[in-house]
Design a protein around this ligand. Structure first.
Ligand SMILES: Cc1cc2nc3c(=O)[nH]c(=O)nc-3n(C[C@H](O)[C@H](O)[C@H](O)COP(=O)(O)OP(=O)(O)OC[C@H]3O[C@@H](n4cnc5c(N)ncnc54)[C@H](O)[C@@H]3O)c2cc1C
Length: 470
């Protein structure tokens, strides 16, 4: 980075996608912005790492809303960010022990497919999606209306029960709950809708060259607009006076001041660990204390040789539960990114990544080494049922536990999605962008609208607008 200054218009804590987008809009508008990031790479969960010529996406697999219809596409156009995406078609494959369905990249095609498979619910399927898309549009308008009021206290299961009786259909429409981390009987109907409509309406996209390219493209644009970013620099303290944040101090003991601050980091860390002897509104602290983090995951990254054919291995969710009732039984999310983007591996070699749902929460894992070993075995055993002999074709194995996710992002409990997307923690119940400090804002998956790249892009953009319109 260029010469650092000690006073900025805006300082952003964390270079997750929410922080990067917010900073880029502000820098484009002529603000002097500094982003401080503890990791040596920008992007938070949207980063990648290399091993023996393989490029592995650390967490994010694909991104919703990158077409012209939706938020990321419009945001990148506005910021002048150019990056090549591959549209993934089918959008996903939903696999159950006794049947599977491939979700087309176009919502109308998906509706037709569901109608063919669930003829007795045909009319209700149309009515459901009309309401679901309408609900999504209401959330974008952000003013409360009748639809929002109707669903704000309902779980996704309750919403499905209002429309359908066929348990198999409800299972299909719930199969992607892993993208927000709360099973249908806990997930907020609004939260599920915010995530799913983007994927179903606009498709899922993969940034060519890895998800790191997505984060790097935003970072480069931020720098082009005059923004400054410090990597490998952790904010250790935040200090405030008279209800205004004045400055932050990094782990190297250097202080940086600004008029405005944006926190893209876990609010638990920000408000309970970093504030230095500040009196913070007790009701606000109480609210944070009462909130529950989302789930975390086990991750398996495999570099595979070029002597085995992975064409039959579909990208998507593999549910292990045999009974078709709503349950939070286990699932695996499997992808073979080299099938869409061969540049990720050398000499025609291939990559498999697996995200595994966990029953244990972070605090319940006593020994992370034996947990890693147990989960690797469990995941490999499942993979062998889909690809026999896969164990004989592995060039590279890497794993990640909730502790790994925590280490790279400082998200407490290794939370994949910020706060759990339950009814009591979504929409007006999630933390607002504003805080008890007039010049401190929140952007990212701990605040509205919620988790996922599309949502945090929207979050960062909204906060930039709030600052610029102030
Ligand atoms: C395994 C997994 C798979 C996922 N898959 C997808 C997917 O396919 N598609 C999708 O859309 N979403 C996916 N998500 C969710 C998505 O990745 C997140 O919701 C989103 O990336 C969160 O972005 P954020 O801006 O809130 O910040 P984060 O990504 O949480 O980044 C916060 C940043 O702040 C930095 N930081 C923290 N504390 C400090 C400090 N004290 N000083 C300086 N810097 C600090 C961290 O290092 C980090 O870079 C996935 C998540 C996980 C874990």
């Amino acid at each position: 980075m260029s010469e650092k200054e000690s006073k900025y218009d805006v300082i952003i804590l964390g270079a997750g996608i929410g922080g990067l987008i917010c900073g880029t809009f502000l820098a484009k508008s002529g603000k002097k912005v500094l982003i401080i990031e503890q990791h040596y790479l920008p992007g938070g969960y949207c980063t990648a790492f290399k091993r023996k010529g393989f490029t592995f996406d650390a967490a994010v697999h694909h991104i919703g809303g990158c077409g012209t219809w939706s938020i990321v596409g419009r945001c990148f156009k506005e910021l002048g960010i150019e990056i090549e995406f591959l549209q993934l078609d089918p959008m996903d494959s939903l696999n159950f022990p006794t049947f599977s369905i491939d979700v087309p990249a176009n919502l109308d095609d998906y509706i037709d497919l569901l109608k063919t498979n669930f003829v007795s619910e045909s009319n209700t399927i149309s009515a459901f999606f009309k309401e679901f898309v309408g609900l999504y549009r209401s959330t974008v308008r952000s003013k409360a209306n009748e639809l929002l009021m109707k669903y704000k206290d309902l779980t996704y299961k309750e919403m499905l029960d209002m429309f359908f009786t066929d348990e198999r259909l409800k299972m299909v429409l719930s199969a992607q709950w892993g993208y927000i981390g709360s099973p249908p009987h806990e997930a907020s109907a609004i939260g599920m809708c915010q995530m799913l409509v983007n994927y179903l309406k606009d498709g899922a996209f993969y940034p060519i060259g890895s998800t790191q390219n997505f984060a790097d493209a935003i970072t480069q644009k931020f720098i082009d607009y005059g923004g400054q970013i410090m990597l490998s620099s952790k904010v250790d303290r935040i200090w405030a006076k008279d209800k205004l944040v004045k400055g932050v101090i990094t782990d190297r003991g250097k202080e940086y001041r600004a008029d405005i601050f944006v926190s893209n980091i876990d609010p638990g860390q920000a408000f309970f660990k970093l504030f230095d002897n500040q009196k913070i509104d007790e009701s606000y602290l109480h609210k944070i204390r009462a909130m529950k983090e989302s789930v975390s995951f086990f991750l398996l990254y495999l570099g595979i040789d070029n002597e085995i054919d992975l064409k039959g291995l579909k990208r998507g969710f593999y549910h292990t539960s045999k009974d078709l009732s709503f349950s939070d039984n286990g699932w695996f999310y499997i992808s073979v990114p080299t099938r869409s983007d061969a540049t990720l591996a050398p000499n025609g070699k291939q990559i498999i990544t697996v995200v595994v749902s966990l029953k244990e929460r972070f605090d319940e894992i006593e020994d992370f080494d034996s947990f890693r070993e147990k989960m690797t075995k469990y995941t490999m055993n499942y993979l062998k049922t889909l690809v026999p002999n896969i164990q004989n074709h592995i060039d590279v194995v890497e794993t990640g536990t909730p502790k790994t996710l925590k280490r790279y992002t400082l998200n407490s409990q290794g939370a994949a999605y910020g706060w759990a997307v339950t009814v009591d923690q979504t929409w007006s119940n999630r933390l607002l962008h504003t805080t008890p400090f007039k010049n401190l804002f929140l952007a990212g998956h701990w605040t509205n609208p919620g988790p996922g790249i599309c949502a945090v892009v929207s979050s960062g953009w909204r906060v930039a607008n709030m600052i610029l319109n102030n």
